[in-house]
Design a protein around this ligand. Structure first.
Ligand code: HEM
Length: 499
């Protein structure tokens, strides 16, 4: 995938343009029927392409950086141009579906919000978005703090024992709530493998019953489903018994969960749909944030000056207390570090769509049914769009400027996508990663472990390492200054010590 994406960054290269192949898996070079006779349509198509290629080669216009990519019988059109990304994600969003993504994720997310399209998506999005209102996210900040504090305790023990730690899996555990890591991980890895497998072996009737791997996946999925169904049943009982009236910023203090909100909203929804939505959020909100933290710590280990500046800010804003919602505005440099990490390691690195109709992308006509990868990776690292594109430079985002997003960056920066299908957990995820980053760097210094395997990336739903992120963790020698020990009203459990 990454090899392919580097090829697509050649502007004006006619070869990458012609390399495009249609979604039936045939390239423009094999548009010959079985008898070796070309149809009129094919000839016209070829002539059009040849003319277009000649115009591109003569420099008449710049190729919009589309290119083709084949995975066995599947092929995709790759988009790496901000204007075309905007067209697909926002301006003509109705003309595109999630396509192959919905097919791959069906077994785990069903009709959950990420893969859903059409009416189901519209109805569920309208119900779920309000569940992530500001008061809910603010309440979650306490939980982020408690979870990070538990991680700090583990790191403390490792620092005392002089043992190196594998941060990627620790971040996974940090961001994974409710259900055991093993179960969700197994199903998630399966989704990734399915996305690159040319033959859907998981659907073969006998194979799925005898393959040990498929049986493990089925068992993991059953565990997750049973757990979620159980949670739904318990929560339904709680909602039935409570006397709270549902309103815009509804939140049950004892159980401020999204599930509780969704059930209390009284929306007429099946348990299966609720399970699909929960599973979707569980996966979407776990894997992505863990990957962001992993790559942020990797980047910080390479830039000690950024780490020092970050620690300075965290010491002065937080001192030794848990972060609160008010701190989110003050931790400006910490936010910029996350913004920049998301630029260099976007999660997911590609957005997948399928055209529902014929369309024109820039100068380039496409047919209905075209599978498209919007390469956020290419957009975020394009030397024509960014100064020092590959450099980790949080300073590129001014501290007093707006928080960078797809709108103010004209679709060259898409950390949370854009248009109607933009991430619904952007604020939740931003605060979650800011809290974790701030609390960890306040307490520890992190270095790449000596003798650890090199950090090599691989990609599926998100970008991860092939062999983990092995780091040496040491306690910071200078104790942080404590400006205030006050906690906000949306605070964490005061019995928890952060010594
Ligand atoms: C969609 C990124 C965290 C739930 C998306 C999309 C991106 C994204 C790029 C757009 C996908 C597309 O257009 O195809 C991220 C990143 C996260 C994060 C980088 C963490 C740093 C979360 C969290 C939740 C969440 C915490 C849930 C609480 C969703 C859902 C969608 C989505 C439900 C689908 C929305 C729709 O199609 O209407 N996310 N996400 N994400 N995200 Fe996130």
């Amino acid at each position: 995938f990454f090899q392919c994406s580097s090829k697509t960054t050649h502007r004006g290269s006619s070869s990458s343009f012609i390399a495009y192949s249609s979604s039936n898996g045939r390239s423009s070079n094999d548009s010959v029927d079985d008898a070796g006779v070309k149809s009129v349509e094919q000839l016209v198509e070829e002539k059009k392409r040849a003319e277009l290629s000649a115009r591109i080669a003569s420099g008449e216009f710049t190729v919009k950086q589309e290119s083709g990519l084949n995975f066995g019988p599947k092929s995709f059109l790759i988009v790496s141009d901000p204007a075309i990304a905007k067209h697909i994600l926002k301006d003509n969003a109705k003309g595109y579906s999630k396509g192959i993504l919905a097919e791959i994720l069906d077994f785990v997310m069903g009709k959950g919000l990420i893969p859903a399209d059409g009416e189901i998506w519209k109805v569920r999005r309208r119900t779920i978005v309000p569940a992530l209102h500001l008061k809910f996210v603010a309440a979650m900040i306490g939980l982020f703090g408690q979870a990070t504090d538990r991680l700090c305790k583990k790191l403390d023990a490792a620092a005392s024992d002089g043992e190196d730690v594998e941060m990627e899996s620790l971040f996974s555990r940090l961001t994974l709530d409710i259900i055991g890591k093993a179960a969700v991980y197994t199903v998630l890895r399966e989704a990734e493998d399915r996305s690159v497998s040319p033959i859907p072996v998981w659907d073969l009737p006998i194979w799925k019953d005898i393959s040990p791997r498929q049986r493990k996946v089925a068992a993991a999925l059953k565990l997750v489903n049973d757990t979620l169904n159980n949670l739904i049943a318990i929560c339904k009982r709680m909602v039935d018994e409570e006397e709270l009236q549902f309103h815009e910023e509804y939140m049950n203090e004892q159980d401020p969960s999204i599930l509780h909100f969704l059930l209390a909203s009284g929306d007429d929804v099946t348990s299966k749909q609720l399970r699909d939505d929960l599973m979707t959020m569980l996966i979407a909100g776990h894997e992505t944030s863990a990957a962001v933290l992993t790559w942020t710590f990797y980047l910080l280990s390479k830039e000690p000056s950024v780490m020092s500046k970050l620690q300075e800010e965290v010491d002065s804003v937080l001192g030794d207390r848990f972060p609160t919602i008010e701190d989110m505005k003050k931790l400006k440099y910490t936010t910029r570090v996350i913004n920049e990490s998301l630029r260099l390691y976007p999660q997911p690195p590609v957005l997948i769509r399928r055209s529902l109709d014929n369309d024109v992308l820039g100068e380039y006509p496409i047919k209905r049914g075209e599978d498209i990868f919007i390469s956020v990776w290419n957009l975020h690292r394009s030397p024509t769009l960014w100064d020092g594109a590959d450099k980790f430079d949080p300073e590129r985002w001014p501290l007093d400027g707006p928080n960078p997003n797809e709108t103010n960056q004209n679709f060259k920066y898409l950390p949370f996508g854009g248009g109607p299908r933009k991430c619904i957990g952007d604020m939740f995820a931003s605060y979650e990663t800011i809290v974790a980053l701030a609390m960890l760097v306040r307490r520890f210094n992190f270095q790449m472990a000596i003798g650890a395997p090199p950090v090599v990336m691989t990609t599926g739903a998100t970008i991860h390492t092939t062999q983990g992120l092995n780091m040496t963790v040491t306690r910071r020698t200078k104790p942080p200054i404590v400006p205030s020990l006050q906690m906000s009203t949306l605070e964490v459990d005061p019995s928890i010590s952060i010594s």
